[in-house]
Write a protein that binds this ligand. Structure first.
Ligand code: SAM
Length: 239
């Protein structure tokens, strides 16, 4: 997979070289290209923004630098991801969908956002996906692009050492994951649930499923199927 980022703060994306995406580059699963949008400006101040038509506070990212960048990067046929609070909510199914693409190009907004004509233009030559990280407003698209990258990259075939750990995670089964524990068996008066040390794999699987259901019912009932019956859920004990 190839990932491109257009941003006015390229250093913000240095974190891509660390951790998961960095490992994927080392494994040859991923190509990363971070581009400074100001490369495609032609004035002394390398201007990327201007005042909004119609008035109002803030500045808008101009279309011309994006246009030239998209031409030079030959984005035709790629999937162009535009982080915006007005986008489709980012979820695990969307991460899975994006993980199937060969090339993602992230356009990181700043200020009041990107001139709408950039998006209209992209839609004529590439797959345009406007994505929201959540119902809040960030200062720029870089953090959203980083979060999406991490969620997508860990799904690339051959990336995770243990593919089973992907399957068991929150949101993969439609439920939140059960709580997890490691050694020691007792810590500051808190005990590991005895069933996890029983060696009984059936009982452990049943306990984990119950905990996942209970947690989801308690914290994110919106994730449960409408047909689920409340009495099936075991309420998580306060620890
Ligand atoms: N005026 C815009 C609005 O109200 O929709 C918000 C602009 S925000 C200050 C600047 C940039 O941050 C956006 O263009 C977008 O790239 C990014 N951004 C902010 N919140 C976001 C969110 N919830 N999800 C994804 N990107 C976000």
């Amino acid at each position: 997979m190839r990932l491109d980022y257009l941003t006015i703060f390229p250093e913000y994306l240095d974190a891509l070289r660390l951790s998961l995406p960095g490992k994927a580059v080392d494994k040859g699963l991923l190509e990363l290209h971070v581009h400074d949008l100001r490369t495609w400006t032609h004035d002394r101040h390398r201007t990327v923004d201007d005042t909004p038509y119609g008035g109002g506070a803030g500045m808008v990212l101009k279309p011309e630098p994006f246009g030239e960048a998209l031409d030079e990067l030959a984005v035709d046929g790629a999937t162009v991801v535009v982080p915006t609070p007005a986008g489709r909510p980012f979820t695990q199914p969307l991460a899975r969908e994006l993980a199937t693409r060969e090339r993602l190009v992230f356009l990181c907004g700043r200020y009041e956002g990107i001139d709408q004509r950039v998006l209209d233009h992209v839609a004529t030559r590439a797959e345009l996906v406007e994505v929201s990280l959540g119902d809040y407003v960030l200062n720029g698209g870089e953090v959203a692009a980083l979060a999406m990258t991490e969620a997508v990259v860990r799904l690339l075939p051959g990336f995770m050492g243990n593919a089973a750990s992907l399957v068991e995670e929150s949101h993969e089964s439609g439920l939140l994951e059960h709580p997890v524990y490691t050694k020691p068996a007792a810590w500051r008066g808190h005990e590991v649930p005895p069933v996890l040390m029983s060696g009984n794999h059936g009982a452990i699987a049943a306990w984990r499923h119950d905990r996942a259901l209970a947690r989801t019912a308690e914290r994110r009932p919106d994730l449960l199927p409408a047909t689920a019956v409340a009495s099936e859920w075991v309420v998580e004990p306060a620890v």
